[in-house]
Ligand binder design. Sequence first.
Ligand SMILES: [Fe+2]
Ligand SMILES: [Fe+2]
Length: 155
Amino acid sequence: MSDSDAAEAVVETLKRAYLDEMETVMNYQTNAIVLDGVRAQEIKESLQADIQEELMHAERLGQRLKQLGARPPASAEFVAQQESLQPPEDSTDVLSVIRGVLDAEEDAIATYRSLVDQAEAADDPVTEDLAVEILGDEEAHRTEFRGFEKEYSDD
Ligand SMILES: [Fe+2]
Ligand SMILES: [Fe+2]
C-alpha cells in the first residue's frame, strides 16, 4: 500500500466512525426516552451519560478529519446500520436495548481497532492516539453494559 493509500484509508475510517457515532447518539437518545418502568431507570441514566461521550467522540473525529484536509460527512452520506438498536415494541424490554448497545459497542471497538492499525500504517501517530483513547471509552461502555446484561438476565 502506498503512503497516500494508507492516508486515504485513515480518512475513510474516520468518516465511517463519525457516522457510527452519530447513529449511536440517535439510537441511545431514542431508547433512553422510549424505555419505561422502574427496571429501566438505571439504563436510561447510563444511556444519557453515554450520549454525551459519543457526541464528544464524533466532535473529535470531525476535528481530526478537518486537520487532515477532509470533512466530516453529513446526513446525505448516512446509511443506517444499527438494526438491533431499534427501540423494542415492548417499552419495558430493557434486555433488548442492552443487547443492542452491546452490538453497537462491539462494532465501535472493531472500527477503532482497525483505525489504530491503519493510522500506524499511515505513520499518523495523532490519529492513532485518538483511536486508542476512544477505543478505551468504548471498552468501558461495553464492560458497563455486560454488567447490566448479567443483572437483567437474572430477573
Ligand atoms: Fe463512541
Ligand atoms: Fe460507546
